[in-house]
Design a protein around this ligand. Structure first.
Ligand SMILES: C[S@@+](CC[C@H](N)C(=O)[O-])C[C@H]1O[C@@H](n2cnc3c(N)ncnc32)[C@H](O)[C@@H]1O
Length: 279
């Protein structure tokens, strides 16, 4: 099975860490717009091996992961609405949803992903809370994903973690618009996301930080080995990362209020806004 890592900033790391034999990645095709479905590369997430390496080897190495969740929960807590119903887009094993349910055990979560192994991991995570979550196997690259989550009414909160950057910028904007349409007045959107660095200098610092965190996560390997694994990945320019300022501007143009980047460490950001009480 050929695996192309170009469209995911973490996928390249995972790709090199995968114990399975792999095909060499094709030449960078800078962003692979999804007009042609055959060019899509985000579907690597549908493989069990990639899902496992991410969940077991990388998720726990994300710098400031705990702080990102804390900021997300503060934003949700301050949105001014009771949190009864929330959406987690590109949920993976449900790490964001789990944090929300920890604070709002009475809430109902709708967790969207298109990867069967990820949804299976999420099902295991919520085995004791199965009444609090509904899993939806849907592809948000297609506008029709909203139909599969519309049942039950509007949402008090929508979150997404490290997922939407798979999409070309035009589709990212459309997804933000679709999320806006799914939120109740006052409902909050919190995006925990990998965003574009402002310069090569910033990117290099981000890389070193990530290597340090990965090394802490994999102490059985030398730092050099971890770094080589990380740096041997395909050119980062092929990722579809967008600057956080630009993405905040898109949110404002869509109609979100109180838009800001609330936390940022190099290329990792928590940003979002609220649907105004009156549009
Ligand atoms: C890096 S993981 C992040 C998982 C989780 N949100 C977290 O914060 O750890 C990205 C997730 O997005 C999902 N995903 C990527 N593209 C998707 C798409 N077009 N539609 C639905 N899910 C998608 C993947 O299957 C994967 O579970």
């Amino acid at each position: 099975m050929a695996i192309d890592t170009h469209n995911h900033p973490l996928a390249a790391i995972l790709y090199r860490m995968m114990p399975l034999p792999y095909h060499a990645p094709p030449e960078a095709n800078a962003g692979a717009l999804h007009s042609n479905m055959a060019e899509r590369t985000d579907e690597i997430w549908k493989t069990s091996s990639l899902a496992a390496v991410y969940l077991e080897g990388v998720r726990g190495a994300i710098p400031l992961a705990g702080e990102q969740l804390e900021v997300m929960l503060r934003l949700i807590g301050a949105c001014g609405r009771p949190v009864r119903r929330f959406l987690d887009l590109g949920c993976g094993d449900g790490v964001l949803a789990s944090a929300i349910l920890g604070n709002y055990p009475e809430a109902q979560g709708v967790l969207v992903d298109f990867s069967a192994p990820m949804l299976e991991a999420a099902t295991r995570r919520f085995a004791d809370q199965s009444g609090s979550v509904r899993f939806v196997n849907a592809d948000y690259a297609l506008a029709s994903w909203t139909e599969s989550v519309a049942e039950g009414g509007l949402y008090d909160a929508a979150v997404s973690g490290y997922s939407i950057h798979h999409q070309p910028d035009a589709r990212k904007r459309a997804i933000y618009r679709e999320i806006f349409g799914l939120l109740a007045a006052g409902g909050v959107f919190v995006h925990v996301e990998h965003v574009a660095p402002a310069s090569a200098w910033g990117a290099a610092i981000n890389d070193e930080l990530f290597v340090d965190h990965l090394h802490r996560r994999h102490p059985e390997k030398s730092r050099e080995e971890v770094a080589q694994t990380y740096y041997r990945r395909p050119d980062k320019a092929a990722n579809i990362l967008a600057p956080v300022e630009l993405q905040c501007q898109w949110l404002r143009e869509i109609g979100f209020a109180d838009v800001d980047c609330f936390l940022k460490i190099f290329e990792l950001a928590v940003f979002g806004g609220r649907r105004p009480l009156a549009d």
